[in-house]
Design a protein around this ligand. Structure first.
Ligand code: NAP
Length: 241
């Protein structure tokens, strides 16, 4: 049997186990997918010794911290600074990849129009960095909007011209995700014109308050479900190389 799994902490809200278990059953594969909640990333060493794994997914809060535990890191993941997939070679060597950017990019492309050339990314964490990388690949100019000024601009520095001039607005914060579905990023929604596209990386709930602000104004909207499926399928391709 081939073993796969997910590391992170806590893992109660993960959909990966359900996704891959269903996939293995449908494809009649002798494989299993388990959740490995690690209270500290150091526990990864022990897990590797105990179970001969083929692949792992990595989620919050270890996407960045896991890098120093790997033998090799793919170029895109290195540039993004975050790993969400690990592939173990037959000799046990671990290589890290980022498939969040692939899932995001491939789900965004079918929605893009000619005028979608500039984007505002809300948040500056690991997911925001993957989104930034994907947008650059698509020749879309990204600007990070953050609570602090370390990267990009602050929410209170946004002007009406800026909001109107960026037809893509992407929520890469956890604001609005269950159980905090009554929250949304502190963005000046009243300035968003009808033709804009609002993309939320969150997939639970399917329609966040952020997306509702777009729907109210007749904007195009997209939630994180297709990104989630895209990143999982890209991981599967990597594990089967
Ligand atoms: P994170 O590191 O915990 O947070 C991302 C950023 O959000 C932070 O760096 C912060 O940016 C901002 N933020 C956090 N709390 C905030 C608050 N209370 N008010 C305003 N801003 C806040 O999370 P992440 O790993 O990047 O993930 C972000 C979201 O994307 C999560 O909801 C995650 O579930 C989702 N995600 C979805 C997929 C998918 O496949 N659909 C894949 C990856 C991630 P500043 O400090 O700069 O403000």
């Amino acid at each position: 049997m081939t073993h796969y799994g997910l590391i992170g902490y806590p893992l109660e809200h993960s959909r990966s186990k359900v996704y891959f278990t269903k996939k293995f059953a449908e494809e009649h594969l002798d494989a299993d997918y388990q959740l490995y909640p690690l209270s500290q990333i150091e526990e990864l060493e022990k897990l590797r010794k105990e179970i001969r794994l083929r692949g792992l997914n990595v989620t919050m809060p270890y996407k960045e911290a896991v890098i120093e535990y790997l033998d090799e890191v793919d170029e895109a993941a290195k540039e993004i600074g975050a790993v969400n997939v690990i592939r173990f070679a037959d000799n046990g060597q671990a290589k890290g990849y980022n498939t969040d950017y692939i899932g995001f990019r491939d789900s965004l492309v079918p929605l893009l129009g000619e005028r979608d050339r500039k984007a505002l990314i809300l948040g500056s964490g690991g997911a925001a960095k993957a989104v930034e990388y994907a947008l650059r690949e698509l020749a879309i100019e990204p600007t990070i909007v953050s609570r602090s000024k370390e990267r990009g601009i602050r929410y209170d520095e946004l002007t009406k011209d800026m909001v109107e001039g960026h037809s893509l607005i992407i929520n890469a914060t956890p604001l609005g995700m269950v159980p905090n579905s009554d929250k949304k990023p502190p963005f000046p929604y009243e300035w968003i014109p009808k033709a804009h596209l609002l993309y939320d990386l969150i997939y639970a709930p399917e329609e966040t308050l952020f997306l509702q602000e777009g729907l109210k104004r007749g904007c195009r909207v997209k939630n994180g479900t297709d990104m989630l499926i895209g990143q999982a399928e890209a991981a599967w391709r990597i594990w089967n190389r």
